[in-house]
Design a protein around this ligand. Structure first.
Ligand code: BGC
Length: 340
């Protein structure tokens, strides 16, 4: 009898252990998953630089804690795998770099943040998609294999802002192939995918997706571009002429965002896909009042339509956090986290 009781006790504690260990988001729909993703922030200019620190950002454990404590639900981790991956078959990804990404994922999870791990700035792929296809797919084979046991709070994003020579037809084809590879090892992990031309809302109609229930569709938003990218060197020489552009939150300005987001929401409804606004932000050359107004408007318009979102970015040129003063830029943080 005592033995039987002991056995029952053991079974009960095992069940309890398994239940408490069960991943929080395992069985939910992609729409519920998107709600949990909620509001996030991009850890930009760190692992998406050719080498970490080259663009002035070195990830620190403290960043994840600060982001969690501020009230965000997730981080998006842009990763430039290309500069850490062999140029010839089998295109091995540098183990030390993988360990760095492992560490970032672990820090996110330790702080109960969900995390979207992407592939960012594969420049050779954008220039010569066909020539790089094998390498691109080999990278995803390795990434998917490495994180096959990761909890469901870790999502994969196949490619940031497909553009240049990656046209819609190529992208639909390449994405489909990459997804098949990911699905061999990650049967129901959330996979994020966005349309061509820098994940533009207007390109959503060109996105053709396989019948996979765990896809989250992403778009990026930087309109009006001459406001958000004023003085941004990578936006071309005329960006200096845009300096001084303000954004005041006038009814016309708000209506323009509403109209763009209504298009994304309508596409999402028609295709039964949730929407993730994976990047939005205004560069620090714009004045802080305009930035805060724009950021609040975009963030609220996204939330009102049930989109999850991630601000571009944490502590660099668009930074919501000032790493030198070691404090949040309050107007931006308030704009991002004010509910409603
Ligand atoms: C790019 C960044 C850029 C940002 C805003 C991102 O997708 O990766 O380098 O700063 O968009 O232009």
């Amino acid at each position: 009898m005592i033995r039987l009781l002991r056995l029952l006790c053991c079974l009960c504690s095992l069940c309890f252990f398994l239940l408490t260990m069960a991943p929080a988001h395992a069985a939910e729909s992609i729409f519920q998953y998107n709600q949990h993703l909620g509001r996030g922030i991009n850890l930009g200019n760190a692992l998406d630089a050719p080498k970490e620190s080259e663009w002035g950002v070195t990830l620190q454990a403290d960043y994840f804690r600060l982001i969690k404590e501020a009230g965000f639900d997730h981080v998006r981790l842009p990763v430039r795998w290309e500069t850490h991956c062999a140029g010839t078959a089998p295109y091995t990804i540098d183990p030390a770099f993988f360990e760095r990404v492992d560490w970032a994922i672990a820090e996110a999870r330790r702080n109960q943040l969900m995390i979207v791990v992407n592939m960012h700035h594969h420049e050779a792929f954008e220039k010569d998609p066909d020539g790089q296809k094998e390498r691109f797919l080999a990278m995803w084979r390795q990434i998917a294999e490495r994180y096959r046991e990761a909890p469901p709070e870790v999502a994969f994003e196949i490619y940031n802002e497909p553009s240049k020579n990656i046209d819609a037809q190529k992208w639909n084809d390449f994405f489909g192939e990459a997804l098949k590879i990911v699905r061999r090892t990650n049967h129901d992990r959330c996979v994020v995918v966005g349309p061509v031309q820098w994940n533009s809302i207007d390109q959503l109609p060109s996105l053709e997706l396989p019948a996979d229930p765990q896809l989250l569709v992403t778009v990026h938003y930087y309109q009006p571009f001459h406001f958000t990218h004023q003085g941004a060197s990578w936006a071309g020489p005329e960006s200096t002429k845009w300096l001084g552009t303000k954004w005041t939150g006038s009814p016309t300005e708000i209506a323009a965002i509403a109209a763009d987001f209504a298009k994304a929401a309508a596409w999402g409804e028609a295709h039964h896909r949730p929407i993730y606004l994976g990047e939005f932000g205004a560069f620090s050359k714009a004045d802080i009042d305009s930035r805060a107004l724009w950021t609040a408007a975009v963030s609220r318009q996204a939330a009102a339509r049930g989109f999850s979102s991630a601000y571009w970015e944490f502590c660099s040129g668009f930074g919501a956090y000032d790493p030198e003063a070691k404090e949040w830029r309050k107007p931006l943080l308030d704009a991002l986290l004010r509910r409603k």
